[in-house]
Design a protein around this ligand. Structure first.
Ligand code: 13P
Ligand code: SF4
Length: 334
């Protein structure tokens, strides 16, 4: 990265609360350590802008898994949440997979405890289990095929029409897929606290101020928000829509980090975060995603901790359901 680019990033974000020269040193150190240690940084679209800008790859959950499986670096630093780092470890078990903060969890993954999920599966015999990638490794060991928001519909449609399906853990994504596919699906009652926070009334108020704006929503949003959306899709699908659609204004009903890429791709378009029900909170930010910082990335690269550790048995069992997803996605060019 050129000095000019680094200074530009520092000026734009003023991050780290330390002197610019020290910030410059941190960014240079990160660049040096990545190269010396052969580590790639994979960042999710919900990461802070300055983290997306130093990452080797920025993408949605599916893209991160695909890169984790295929890249040839020695180690992976995952700038995202725990289930994403676990997925990378399962796909690249021989590599050291690092996550800068082990507390970077996910309320949606937490809404599906393995013991209760086992009981749920046992009480619905004869069902194929499809789990969203936002689950723990243990849930993936109980799953037939993993999916992400990018490929959920295609994964469901790859099954025979009369297949009985359990979908977990996100009820909003699950019911959305059920409604458009018409499949026989039982949906687990889980949700993401960030996406359930958007207020349909306040979005409609905002729409009066920006009548030409397109409303775009992640499928983890509640049904009323989905109904008023002009486009529903995964983070990468929402990003693509903002590039391809002629509109100049977009009301964005998903975590705020994606707006960084939207602005980069469309410098002259306007992006308005969808308002949450509670007007006093910073609810569009996933506090788990935002636990990752440049300083923590620096420390993780330097000391090579925290590392994702999984038993070989868990890796072996969970890898089947993830590989099935990747195979179907590959065949469909996703
Ligand atoms: P994507 O599948 O769009 O990356 O979303 C992941 C996520 O955590 C949504 O809240
Ligand atoms: Fe999990 Fe929601 Fe955060 Fe995504 S936004 S990582 S689903 S808590």
């Amino acid at each position: 990265m050129s000095k000019e680019k680094i200074v530009n990033i520092i000026n734009r974000y003023g991050f780290c609360n330390i002197e610019p020269e020290a910030s410059l040193n941190i960014l240079n150190d990160i660049k040096r350590m990545k190269k010396e240690k052969d580590i790639i940084i994979l960042a999710h679209y919900y990461q802070k802008g300055e983290i997306q800008d130093i990452a080797d790859y920025v993408g949605d959950s599916l893209a991160m898994a695909q890169i984790a499986e295929k890249n040839s670096s020695k180690m992976i630093l995952l700038a995202g949440v725990h289930f994403m780092a676990e997925t990378a470890k399962i796909l690249a078990p021989e590599k050291k997979v690092l996550i800068p903060d082990l507390n970077a969890g996910c309320s949606l993954a937490d809404s599906c405890p393995p013991q209760k999920f086992k009981e749920f599966i046992n009480s619905h015999p004869g069902h194929t289990v499809i789990s969203y990638v936002n689950t723990t490794a243990e849930i993936k060991t109980l799953t037939d095929i993993v999916c992400t928001s990018t490929n959920a519909l295609q994964i469901i449609e790859s099954l025979p029409k009369d297949e009985k399906i359990i979908f977990a853990p996100d009820k909003n994504l699950g019911n959305y897929i059920k409604s458009i596919s018409g499949r026989d699906m039982i949906v687990w009652d889980g949700a993401c606290h960030v996406h359930e926070e958007f207020s349909v009334e306040r979005i409609l108020e905002l729409k009066k101020q920006y009548p030409k704006a397109k409303i775009i929503a992640h499928p983890e949003c509640e049904r009323p928000v989905q109904i008023i959306a002009d486009h529903i899709g995964s983070t990468s699908s929402l990003l693509k829509f903002t590039i391809q659609n002629k509109a100049n204004e977009f009301i964005v009903a998903t975590e705020s980090g994606i707006i960084h890429q939207m602005k980069k791709e469309n410098p002259y378009k306007i992006f308005i975060p969808a308002p949450p029900k509670d007007s006093t909170c910073a609810c569009n930010d996933c506090e788990y995603m935002k636990l990752i910082s440049i300083k923590k990335i620096w420390a993780t690269l330097k000391y090579e901790v925290p590392e994702i550790i999984l038993s070989s048995e868990t890796i072996e069992k969970a890898s089947h359901s993830i590989h099935r997803m990747l195979k179907i996605s590959d065949e469909l060019g996703l």
